[in-house]
Ligand binder design. Structure first.
Ligand code: HEM
Length: 189
């Protein structure tokens, strides 16, 4: 429930005209940053568990991932609103601007992950296939960081910091991953 507070604040600010001179741009930036931050947090859960042995990060990982997807959809809807829901314009933008291509692909990759986030889906796909599918989250977060880097006009320090955090999380996973033997369950994503 707490994860919906930023959305509530954004709606309240929009209704009371407190989003500044360019409310659409402000809302796009806020929801984009939230999407990326939540994606990074969801991917930080496993490295945190591997480093500390704590089990609680694994319990909140799914909620963080679903919230990231929800804010990503909101971010996209605001973008569409800014383009009067003109799908031709959107398609042109996706095909012509690498910045938008990266963001759009990242969001598309999150769709199968959100759809298979239920225990039923894990059972239906089998744990190994489900794990392999959910490795798409690494590609999505990397494309999200690239989209952020390309989207920023002046100071590239914040996107570079986010890329460094993501690279560190990948490295921890790589160094701490358990070797998988045939017939055993794969290391958790
Ligand atoms: C997982 C998917 C996505 C992530 C993580 C993401 C992340 C971000 C971030 C962090 C920003 C802020 C950049 C800044 O501070 O200047 C941003 C801005 C933006 N994003 Fe995304 N985004 C995603 C998907 C999309 C999609 C699907 C679209 C549209 C098709 C899109 C369009 C935009 C636009 C237009 C901006 C604003 C650029 C500006 O006005 O300066 N994003 N996004």
């Amino acid at each position: 429930m707490g994860g919906l507070i930023p959305a509530a604040v954004l709606i309240a600010d929009a209704l009371s005209g407190q989003l500044g001179a360019n409310p659409i741009q402000r809302a796009t930036l806020q929801t984009g940053l939230l999407t990326l931050a939540l994606l990074v947090l969801s991917l930080a859960c496993t490295p945190l568990r591997l480093l500390t042995g704590w089990t609680w990060p694994a319990r909140i990982r799914k909620a963080l991932g679903l919230l990231a997807f929800g804010y990503g959809v909101l971010h996209f809807v605001i973008y569409l609103l800014d383009h009067s829901f003109d799908l031709t314009l959107m398609t042109e933008d996706v095909l012509k601007r690498p910045f938008i291509t990266a963001g759009f692909t990242a969001l598309l990759l999150l769709v199968p992950l959100a759809l298979t986030s239920t225990p039923h889906a894990v059972k239906r796909l089998g744990f190994q296939r489900w794990t392999r599918l959910h490795q798409l989250a690494y590609v999505a977060v990397s494309l999200g960081a690239l989209h952020y880097y390309w989207g920023v006009k002046k100071d590239h320090t914040p996107p570079l910091i986010s890329a460094a955090v993501i690279a560190t999380l990948f490295l921890i996973r790589f160094l701490k991953r358990r070797p998988t033997r045939p017939g055993t369950r794969a290391a958790k994503v």
